[in-house]
Design a protein around this ligand. Structure first.
Ligand code: DUC
Ligand code: ZN
Ligand code: ZN
Length: 463
């Protein structure tokens, strides 16, 4: 099966030019001009962008959490991803008590295989850094194809600084990368106690408890651990301008501290916690939404390269039936998380490129090329000969109003209800096969369930 894309603006992280792209056997065969129309399918991409499929660096599909399970499984979640132009999903699988890293990876693979419609890989989450688990890091990097390891400094399954240091040392040796949820448990616990004593238990008080200082303090701990070990770290879902300032200071000192942010921290603010009828619960996530000044700083971070990637932290819970299960009177019992797997590329284009906050090339860098580089996805992340043909034909002029009903996520709300988009995916290809297309005013899934594959990632060079 071959596909020829004609006359599209091929966007790479270093420049854009009008070209044709020939795809054969699921791979990009060549990129050039005036390629002969000899292919099974010819797509006229005149006036459209040809973007590498987005890589979602951060999802939680089918994840048991806070007494329930995230609402998207691999089928609905990956269909939503495909319809939004995301062709690779990097999902977390937390090690259970007594489990090895291999157990964690295999458990999540078992849920994904046969269901996912786009390619995926797993970041094992280390919750029990026993000596044998530290020893297993080498195998996870070199044999399992999972060179990135998530740790939490918050939640009951958090790790201590000793575990973080041992993981940093071991990943430094083998080409691994530690990813950290940077919020300080003790600060938030004390804030929770103070809130409870005053009867402040609304969704807004969740944001108050997860104070920016909790993020800053945790980032400083990770920076010290990086300095001590000479290793590197990746801060997931960075939410605040203050946290970014601390990262930038460390980077200026030559330390390898990387950061990911999410569309919600760029486009939504803490005012959302005041939404009527307990609507603030939709945004109960950790870390929480912040003031507009943080959104502005994070956009600048993407533009100047101090924030390297964007992921969604897609962790959907229904407003009715899950968010309200136990937490109506107490934010501490509201399952933390919000949906976003389908809306990343459109929001980053519309709110980022169209509004002049990042360039088109930076969009490609932070949603695809940089993410592939950061996570050892050797065959993904750019429209270049030899790479997997994960391609989005993107119509920069198409208008779309985000509403829950026009999305494929299996959840009863979207945080971006009513947002007006300029620019939408039109066709989405995963390894040369069409998986989604624009029709009847929204994207439709046209692929096959189960055709996505586990991607064995490469060790990540320490540069
Ligand atoms: N934060 C969330 O809001 N949900 C899932 C896990 C996390 O760190
Ligand atoms: Zn997290
Ligand atoms: Zn997360």
């Amino acid at each position: 099966m071959s596909v020829l894309f004609k006359n599209g603006l091929v966007v790479t992280s270093s420049g854009s030019r009008i070209s044709d792209v020939l795809v054969e056997g699921g791979k990009i065969k060549c990129v050039g001009t005036g390629l002969a129309d000899r292919a099974d399918e010819v797509v006229d991409a005149t006036g459209k962008y040809l973007l590498p499929g987005a890589i979602d660096t951060h999802t939680h599909l089918d994840m048991p959490f806070m007494g329930t399970t995230s609402a998207d499984d691999w089928k609905s979640g990956s269909i939503a991803a495909a319809c939004g132009g995301t062709t690779t999903i990097l999902d977390f699988s937390l090690q259970g008590k007594g489990e090895t890293l291999r157990d964690a990876v295999e458990r999540q693979k078992g849920k994904a295989d046969g269901k996912t419609v786009v390619d995926y890989s797993i970041h094992p989450g280390v919750t029990d850094a026993r000596p044998d688990v530290i020893d297993e890091v080498k195998k996870a990097v070199n044999e399992y194809g999972t060179p990135s390891f998530k740790i939490f400094l918050f939640y009951p399954f958090r790790v201590d600084d000793y575990a973080m240091i041992r993981l940093l040392e071991e990943t430094r040796k083998h080409g691994g990368l530690v990813q950290v949820h940077a919020e300080t448990f003790d600060v938030i616990t004390r804030m929770d106690e103070l809130n409870a004593a005053e009867g402040r238990l609304t969704p807004f008080d969740h944001a108050r408890a997860h104070t920016v200082l909790a993020e800053e303090a945790a980032i400083e701990r990770t920076i010290s651990a990086v300095e001590f070990t000479g290793s590197r770290i990746y801060i997931v879902h960075l939410s605040s301008g203050q946290g970014l300032a601390r990262i930038e200071k460390a980077r200026h000192r030559g330390l390898r501290v990387y950061a990911e942010t999410c569309p919600q921290y760029l486009t939504l603010t803490e005012d959302r916690y005041r939404e009527a009828n307990w609507g603030g619960a939709k945004y109960v996530m950790s870390p929480p939404l912040r003031p507009q000044s943080s959104c502005d700083k994070l956009w600048l971070g993407l533009r100047d390269g101090s924030v390297q990637t964007v992921g969604t932290d897609h962790c959907p819970f229904n407003f009715t039936g899950q968010k309200d299960m136990n937490g109506k009177d107490d934010y501490r019992k509201i399952p933390n998380g919000a949906p976003g797997i389908e809306t990343m590329l459109m929001l980053m284009h519309s709110e980022g490129v169209v509004k002049g906050r990042i360039s088109l090339e930076q969009l490609v860098e932070v949603t695809s090329t940089g993410s592939a580089r950061m996570f050892g996805l050797a065959n993904k992340g750019s429209i270049t000969a030899g790479k997997d043909a994960d391609i989005v034909v993107f119509d920069p002029k198409r208008k779309f109003t985000i509403t829950k009903d026009r999305l494929h996520q299996n959840v009863d709300y979207t945080p971006w209800e009513g947002f007006e988009m300029t620019g939408m995916p039109e066709l989405v290809y995963s390894r040369g096969k069409r998986v989604a297309e624009w029709s009847d005013n929204s994207m439709k899934f046209v692929g096959k369930v189960g055709e996505g594959r586990f991607v064995k990632r490469e060790p990540i060079p320490f540069i």
